[in-house]
Design a protein around this ligand. Structure first.
Ligand SMILES: Nc1ncnc2c1ncn2[C@@H]1O[C@H](COP(=O)(O)OP(=O)(O)OP(=O)(O)O)[C@@H](O)[C@H]1O
Ligand SMILES: [Mg+2]
Length: 134
């Protein structure tokens, strides 16, 4: 496990979403994450990567292995330069979708991680940062 190591994974296709899941699984394993936490994180990654692709028009997933001296963590940032989200509160509401989804991706992902941050600017893009500690 390489504390402080980081990288970027592109998200432009369904295949990239699959690869983002695989990369997350590998990194979480390297962090020594328990299977239950790993599974939660990978599920959150599925949702956020799919949003990046579908609504953001594609983007990137940055990853970083953290160490706060007591524990190790994995931080992931989903970035796109798409249309952004006009109403964050609405977007974070269970069941609200602007498309044909279930509207559970964002609020579901938030419940599956330790830290969740959503930054968005209409017309500029969206950035979702999640962290899961071991
Ligand atoms: N990266 C993004 N860029 C722009 N809008 C986004 C982005 N991610 C989410 N949204 C908006 O937030 C809404 C809610 O997202 P969420 O993932 O919770 O639900 P969904 O994608 O519509 O459905 P589900 O994920 O359950 O299939 C989306 O319908 C979309 O309007
Ligand atoms: Mg979604």
């Amino acid at each position: 496990m390489n504390v402080g190591s980081s990288g970027t994974h592109p998200i432009h296709s369904e295949q990239d979403v699959v690869l983002a899941r695989q990369l997350t699984r590998k990194l979480a394993n390297e962090c020594g994450m328990r299977l239950i936490d790993l599974t939660k994180l990978v599920t959150a990654v599925s949702e956020l990567a799919r949003n990046t692709m579908v609504y953001g028009g594609g983007g990137d997933m940055d990853w970083q292995i953290l160490d706060d001296h007591a524990r190790v963590g994995l931080r992931l940032v989903f970035r796109d330069e798409g249309p952004g989200i006009a109403d964050i509160k609405l977007a974070m509401t269970d069941g609200w979708t602007s498309g044909k989804g279930l509207g559970l991706g964002l609020p579901g992902a938030k419940r599956l991680v330790d830290e969740f941050e959503l930054d968005t600017t209409p017309g500029k893009g969206t950035r979702v940062t999640i962290t899961r500690w071991t």
